[in-house]
Design a protein around this ligand. Structure first.
Ligand SMILES: *[C@@H]1O[C@H](CO)[C@@H](O)[C@H](O)[C@H]1NC(C)=O
Ligand SMILES: *[C@@H]1O[C@H](CO)[C@@H](O)[C@H](O)[C@H]1NC(C)=O
Ligand SMILES: *[C@@H]1O[C@H](CO)[C@@H](O)[C@H](O)[C@H]1NC(C)=O
Ligand SMILES: *[C@@H]1O[C@H](CO)[C@@H](O)[C@H](O)[C@H]1NC(C)=O
Ligand SMILES: *[C@@H]1O[C@H](CO)[C@@H](O)[C@H](O)[C@H]1NC(C)=O
Ligand SMILES: *[C@@H]1O[C@H](CO)[C@@H](O)[C@H](O)[C@H]1NC(C)=O
Ligand SMILES: *[C@@H]1O[C@H](CO)[C@@H](O)[C@H](O)[C@H]1NC(C)=O
Ligand SMILES: *[C@@H]1O[C@H](CO)[C@@H](O)[C@H](O)[C@H]1NC(C)=O
Ligand SMILES: CC(=O)N[C@H]1CO[C@H](CO)[C@@H](O)[C@@H]1O
Length: 442
């Protein structure tokens, strides 16, 4: 019996694999749930000066569900020649560098490879710029397109002063706030157009170049940063996150949930390098998602989702949870989270994003009694596909804040009580295969 169920699961995964590889082209396949996701950095030269130019730099986060959380983005590049930054609005270079050659006017930064960060929301009015000053925090495109843009103005000297002599900066880098992004080279593109506020005049940049950055979780960290545990009303078994799935190297510094150390003042203060302080668990992940099959009605079924923070040194603002499950095409109601369906491949409606409600649960607190958020999800059954068998009711993929969470291996999923299994594999096994094949092929 067990043997058969294993081969059944294997079969399912072969079909999954076939399905995914026919859709995803290997070149751009950074993220199967957001195949076009990228961050675009655009430089628009707005005017030429006596020794350079003034440019508006715009960062667009086109990723569906990966945001830049506090302390926000950091952007860098290497100048092609001996350029300097005279001044900036809406952002600042973190280091001035060696400006000793300048006697009267002192540049903002003379570094060959400047590093630029956003200003804080309380920046003086005369240093602000449109879409600036959010402490580097950028929403994801899927959650809030209007908050997914950042911009600053930069005045560059000792560069060319025409579109023939300007050399594009090189080696762009982007941190968000940790590693993970790779940026391509700058490319001159057709000049951007801007509508004036009253919409009656169209201005045009003198020269525009674009840089595209993409995220890869393999660059971000060696280990996953979240995991999934599962349970179901028809089984008393809870399938935990796999042991050590987020690495056990740091388990000597973890803190038991009942430790007296937690009363020590300052224990929650975030560190400069963002090093976590984790609660001791078997999985050692900073975040765990729990998916509980709660109820099976005649025409609907209900799932409970809980997100738990195990990091004493981090609050997650504007967290996002992305889930892939075939029944997400018939979500009837989501209680106490916001929900938005994502269509990474126009035809397949099986992926959706959950995020918190403003001022209610969009802030996942540090580990401890308040370090969790939860919600329930009601879905209408499609009678031809719905089943409690073989873990169908569990998610296929889960992402927290844009990073994929590790699921338990399918052979650990809870089985239906014995009678149901007998029925399953007695008479309807062949039909089940056929249905499954048809369903996946569609
Ligand atoms: C970046 O994302 C935008 C929005 O999805 C898309 O229009 C654009 O083609 C993407 N750019 C690249 C280079 O993939
Ligand atoms: C440079 O500017 C001239 C006009 O000033 C324009 O005709 C030309 O197309 C521009 N070249 C590029 C690469 O933008
Ligand atoms: C850009 O980075 C590459 C590889 O990291 C390096 O070989 C190259 O010299 C860098 N270019 C500049 C202008 O710093
Ligand atoms: C340049 O960026 C803009 C958005 O900032 C985008 O609409 C355009 O498609 C990009 N061009 C290229 C060639 O990537
Ligand atoms: C830490 O991990 C090691 C395996 O890497 C394990 O043997 C040990 O029991 C763990 N310690 C704690 C406190 O979980
Ligand atoms: C914490 O709980 C563990 C078991 O969960 C127990 O062995 C240990 O003594 C407790 N420590 C304190 C300080 O209460
Ligand atoms: C999390 O937020 C609470 C309330 O805003 C604050 O008291 C606490 O210090 C924060 N913790 C961390 C790790 O930033
Ligand atoms: C996708 O499913 C959601 C319900 O979960 C529905 O509201 C939406 O209209 C569907 N979109 C498409 C394109 O089928
Ligand atoms: C039972 C049910 O409501 N099925 C619907 C699920 O959603 C698809 C499209 O998203 C509809 O075509 C089905 O009728």
């Amino acid at each position: 019996m067990l043997q058969q169920s294993h081969s059944f699961i294997e079969l399912k995964f072969i079909f999954l694999a076939v399905l995914c590889c026919t859709i995803i082209s290997p070149a751009a396949a950074y993220d199967p749930l957001d195949p076009n996701g990228n961050v675009s950095i655009r430089w628009d030269v707005m005017s030429w000066t006596t020794d350079g130019y003034v440019a508006a730099v715009t960062i667009n986060n086109f990723q569906l569900f990966r945001h830049f959380m506090s302390p926000g983005w950091t952007m860098g590049w290497t100048w092609a020649k001996k350029e300097i930054i005279w001044s900036m609005l809406g952002a600042q270079a973190t280091e001035q560098g060696d400006c000793s050659k300048f006697k009267i006017n002192i540049p903002h930064s003379c570094k060959r490879n400047p590093t630029v960060v956003d200003l804080l929301p309380d920046a003086p009015f005369n240093q602000q710029f449109t879409n600036c000053c959010k402490g580097g925090v950028l929403a994801s495109w899927g959650q809030d397109p209007s908050a997914s843009v950042a911009a600053f103005q930069i005045s560059v000297g000792l560069s060319g002063t025409s579109n023939k002599t300007v050399k594009l900066p090189k080696n762009f880098t982007l941190l968000g706030p940790g590693p993970g992004y790779t940026c391509g080279p700058g490319k001159v593109v057709p000049s951007s157009h801007f509508l004036s506020a009253d919409g009656r005049r169209k201005a045009q940049a003198l020269m525009t170049w674009n840089v595209t950055c993409t995220y890869s979780k393999f660059l971000a960290s060696k280990n996953p940063s979240c995991c999934v545990s599962l349970s179901s009303f028809y089984s008393t078994k809870i399938i935990p996150c796999p042991a050590c799935v987020c690495g056990c190297q740091s388990n000597s510094t973890c803190i038991m949930s009942n430790s007296t150390l937690l009363q020590k003042p300052g224990i929650n203060t975030p560190r400069k390098d963002n090093a976590p302080l984790l609660q001791c668990t078997k999985h050692m992940c900073p975040v765990r998602i729990h998916w509980h099959l709660k109820l099976n009605y005649e025409a609907y079924w209900r799932v409970k989702i809980a997100i738990t923070n195990f990091n004493f040194r981090r609050n997650y603002s504007q967290w996002t949870l992305v889930v892939q499950h075939p029944n997400l095409n018939n979500v009837t109601q989501v209680f106490s989270f916001n929900y938005k369906s994502l269509l990474p491949y126009q035809s397949i409606n099986d992926t959706g994003m959950f995020y918190g409600m403003k001022f209610y649960n969009d802030y996942l607190m540090e580990a401890g009694p308040y370090g969790n958020v939860q919600s329930e999800l009601l879905m209408q059954k499609d009678k031809s596909t719905f089943t409690l068998r073989q873990g169908w009711g569990f998610p296929r993929r889960v992402y927290f804040n844009g990073d994929e969470c590790m699921l338990p291996p399918p052979d650990q999923y809870p089985f239906l009580p014995n009678s149901a299994r007998l029925y399953t594999f007695g008479t309807s096994k062949v039909t089940a295969y056929a249905l499954l094949i048809m369903w996946w092929m569609w």
